[in-house]
Design a binder for this molecule. Structure first.
Ligand code: G3H
Ligand code: 13P
Ligand code: ZN
Length: 303
């Protein structure tokens, strides 16, 4: 069933677990996420970036909404890294139950003004709003940051008060993609604890893929060249949840699982040409990634 993001996150915050937010770009990814949530009886965010909307059109969002409405578990259909008021409005009008407005590249006052505008419209329609303060290094959909700019706890408290947003994405050392750390992975858990002490809304961790070495190895075995990839260790994700993270975003892990499974299948089945056959193991591999994540987050059985 389709529910607001806030409904999922308020329960998670109260009960001390986190809800997984998985990016979809096509039918197979959507099916993998939804079937994992149903199988584990878990709530889930099904999220689309503006890049996903460019790739699949609002028809892809329609597919996400159709799956969300049909299944027995609660699903929030969410805009990930909304780049503008216009895109956020389009998604709200289309029926999304949650949107992110990403003003993290803007100066504080401009980020506040942008977020406030989206909150005003979204709340009138019962749609939840995630905002972001601080920047993750690398590419965040259409925004590029050359370095991390960690979230300041006092600024976060002020931002939440001024904007009325429902959840806040924080920058504590993670980044998007498969190359998150040069040396030992370290997220700033001390800073997270201070933000949690200062802010009383659910916090969101972006760039939280773990980049499973077994999947990277499988992709490389079948011809990929992914070297020095490093993600957020699952143990650190568990700690982050204890310290206040309620929504955990994962995209890269599904992409690696997809690529590894497609490569393996095509190399082992040289005469295959039916896309349904080729993509079946990839769908299964992504579903396993989502189930693994749901178990780490503690949202299994919380539907
Ligand atoms: O924030 C990044 C997500 O992984 C979405 O990536 O903009 O390539 O769809 P994308
Ligand atoms: P990963 O690249 O670590 O999967 O992060 C995804 C994300 O934060 C989507 O918003
Ligand atoms: Zn993100």
């Amino acid at each position: 069933m389709l529910v607001s993001g806030n409904k999922l996150l308020q329960k998670a915050k109260k009960c001390g677990y986190a809800v997984g937010a998985f990016n979809t770009n096509n039918l197979e990814i959507t099916k993998a996420i939804i079937s994992a949530a149903v199988e584990t009886n878990s709530p889930v965010f099904l999220q689309l970036s503006s890049g996903a909307l460019k790739y699949g059109g609002f028809e892809l969002a329609g597919l996400a909404l159709a799956f969300a409405e049909k299944v027995p578990v609660p699903v929030a259909v969410h805009l990930d890294h909304g780049p503008s008021i216009e895109v956020a409005m389009e998604c709200i009008s289309f029926g999304f139950s949650s949107v992110m407005i990403d003003g993290s590249a803007l100066p504080f006052a401009k980020n506040v003004a942008l977020t406030k505008k989206v909150v005003a419209v979204a709340h009138r329609k019962g749609v939840s709003v995630e905002a972001e303060l601080g920047q993750l290094k690398g590419r965040e959909d259409e925004v590029f940051a050359a370095k991390h700019s960690y979230t300041d706890p006092a600024a976060a408290a002020k931002f939440v008060k001024l904007t009325g947003c429902d959840s806040l994405a924080v920058a504590i050392g993670t980044s998007h993609g498969a190359y998150k750390f040069k040396g030992t992975p370290n997220i700033d858990l001390k800073r997270l604890a201070s933000i949690t002490a200062a802010v009383d809304i659910p916090l969101v961790l972006h760039g939280a893929s773990s980049v499973h070495s077994s999947l990277v190895a499988m992709a490389n075995k079948y011809g990929a060249k992914i070297s020095n990839a490093k993600g957020v260790p699952e143990q650190q994700i568990r700690k982050a949840i204890k310290l206040g993270i309620c929504k955990v975003n994962e995209d890269t892990d599904l992409r690696i699982a997809f690529a590894a499974a497609v490569r393996k299948f095509l190399e082992e089945n040289l005469s295959a040409y039916d896309p349904r056959e080729i993509l079946a193991p990839a769908t299964e591999a992504m579903k396993e990634v989502v189930i693994r994540r749901i178990k780490i987050l503690g949202s299994e059985g919380k539907a």
